[in-house]
Design a protein around this ligand. Structure first.
Ligand code: SF4
Ligand code: SF4
Length: 462
């Protein structure tokens, strides 16, 4: 397969160019101190919640496993601090309802060095040992998806992987945590890539980085050269949203389309985020688990924006205090976890930073006013949503069907299932129609209908 598209300056079809607002891109990562308590939800990943293996009152060490995986699509969690288990109880999380969580009170003078774990000889590890080590480290997709990484790296028996694609696009406005990771942790990133190539059997890897991050491209290329890896490449792709999605980046790099309903593995590829790869490169040699992550704290409402190394479980309220965002955030501001295009609004300030939280963005009411005050108008059939949709859908028609609650029609004839909720259509719509929000509702209704549908009768022989 040739790497043609980006060499010609081409990318995927359609998409948008929102203002970047990446004001924190040149600021080094800083470390956040301990909050008074850290909240480790048992469900902070896609799949089954983990099972707690500590009791209330127990002393724990930073990095010590506090919850074990419950099945293949589940991951363990590790204590983010040396301290005492204060409670195991229901707490609010960004993923939805209150969730069983382990609450840890850190010892104020405790170090943020990981004290748990035994160093390994990574050169001697077999593919299965690497997968097991990734699982034991509690790793999930740090780009926001929070899908268990060991499951993503496990190649199905009938498939063969030749290429590892590493997503360094970070196409969402404001977010710069991946950018800083590529600049500051490029050696760990390249080590993680080499380990993941061995785990999947891939013979080459390519890191796709948007061309608004030339220092990241240079840093990763230098780390690849320093490691002497001839089959690993770092390439700049033209900046465009939503290039960080699997389908779009693979199209930008290789000019091939992942068939509808299939995963990159159907084309012999596996894709991961740069933050996840850097975590593998850091944690596996030390035999440690994931206890912290880099989070972008930014937005017009933040006095000291930047990328912070945050102990997992740190409450958003503490993060906001430290970065100088207003304390009365729920009334004065809108908080978004992740990027502004695909992130999630949160109201509860005691929501903790979990493995999938890449950003905490704060928008003041005055920043939102222009958008909030705009009324929704009827569709004027301008076609801008169609011209922006990277999946080639017709958001205008989907929106009209959604308004009439014709959800089955949306799924059956307008390919609603192909929509990955990037928000491009909503962003460009001059009538301010909340298209992506309507599509989320429609998908949820269809999921619930499918779940409650009676099972088809078993086939009988005549
Ligand atoms: S949200 Fe869905 S319909 Fe809208 S542009 Fe993105 S993929 Fe297309
Ligand atoms: S962008 Fe908005 S107004 Fe224009 S066709 Fe799409 S839904 Fe209609």
């Amino acid at each position: 397969m040739k790497l043609l598209n980006f060499l010609r300056g081409e990318t995927f079809a359609r998409g948008i160019h929102p203002p970047e607002h990446k004001h924190t891109a040149a600021t080094p990562i800083r470390r956040l101190p301990w909050a008074d308590e850290l909240v480790v939800p048992l469900a902070q990943h896609i799949g089954k919640p983990a099972e707690a293996i500590v009791r209330v009152g127990q002393e724990v060490v930073r990095g010590q496993p506090v919850a074990k995986a419950d099945g293949w699509l589940s991951v363990p969690h590790h204590s983010p601090a040396t301290g005492v288990v204060k409670a195991i109880e229901l707490r609010p999380t960004a993923r939805g309802p209150w969730t069983p969580s382990i609450v840890i009170r850190p010892h104020a003078a405790a170090t943020q060095e990981d004290l748990w774990g035994v160093a390994r000889d990574i050169d001697a590890m077999t593919p299965d040992e690497i997968l097991q080590a990734v699982w034991d480290a509690g790793l999930v997709g740090l780009g926001g998806a929070a899908f268990p990484t060991h499951a993503k790296l496990k190649v199905p028996p009938q498939a063969k992987v030749h290429t590892l694609v590493i997503n360094g696009c970070e196409c969402e406005p404001y977010l710069t945590c991946d950018h800083r990771t590529m600049v500051e942790e490029s050696a760990a990133l390249v080590r993680g890539i080499a380990l993941s190539m061995r785990a999947t059997g891939a013979v080459r890897a390519i890191v796709g980085i948007e061309d608004n991050k030339p220092d990241a491209v240079a840093a990763v290329k230098a780390a690849i050269a320093a490691a002497g890896l001839e089959n690993v490449f770092a390439e700049a792709v033209p900046t465009k949203y939503p290039q960080g999605s699997e389908k779009m980046l693979i199209m930008s790099l290789f000019g091939v389309e992942i068939p509808s309903g299939q995963l990159p593995v159907s084309l012999g590829m596996v894709m991961n985020n740069v933050g996840t790869m850097a975590a593998i490169g850091k944690l596996l040699p030390a035999g440690q688990g994931l206890t912290e992550r880099v989070v972008t704290i930014a937005g017009p409402g933040v006095v000291r924006p930047g990328d912070y190394r945050v102990p997992l479980g740190t409450p958003i309220s503490f993060v906001l205090d430290f970065a100088g965002a207003p304390r009365d955030a729920t009334s004065a501001c809108q908080l978004v976890l992740g990027g502004p295009m695909m992130g999630q609004s949160v109201a509860a300030l005691d929501t903790p930073v979990t493995k999938g939280v890449s950003g905490v963005l704060v928008f003041r009411r005055e920043d939102m006013a222009e958008r909030d005050d705009r009324r929704t108008y009827p569709c004027i059939k301008c076609g801008q949503c169609v011209e922006s949709c990277p999946m080639g859908l017709n958001p205008s028609a989907l929106g009209m069907l959604a308004a009439k609650r014709e959800y089955d029609e949306m799924g059956a004839h307008y390919h609603l299932g192909e929509c990955f909720e990037c928000g491009c259509c909503t962003y460009v719509c001059p009538s301010n129609i909340p298209l992506v929000q309507q599509f989320r509702v429609a998908k949820q209704v269809l999921r619930e209908r499918a779940a409650s549908a009676p099972a088809a009768p078993a086939a009988t022989r005549s």
